[in-house]
Design a protein around this ligand. Sequence first.
Ligand code: ZN
Length: 131
Amino acid sequence: MTDKVTRTEAEWRALLSPEQYAVTRQKATERPFSGEYERTWSPGTYHCVACGQQLFESDAKFDAGCGWPSFSVAANPDAIAEEEDRSHFMRRVEVLCSACDSHLGHVFDDGPAPTGLRYCINSLSLKFRPK
Ligand SMILES: [Zn+2]
């Protein structure tokens, strides 16, 4: 079980840039192909921008051509929480940081083998740490 990180909205606002706040706390989506990590292929780890929990590894990153960083598997199953999202007249699965409930993006079932998953994640929710 992941230790929970709880902060007030004012604390999150102070901690995050307005763009990071809009995505992680208000579930906004960055424009496709605009994100800092969309074209990052160096080895390293991807962490939650809000609380620092490790979420993904560069080994799992692949080019989905969708305009957002895409991963086939989480760094560990406990790092990611999932919730059904019925907004925008679609049925999607939202993914969140399990520690601080920051919105990360969505997971789809059209990813590469062996998982068949595509975690479609906003760069603004991530902090890359090169190896
Ligand atoms: Zn987090």
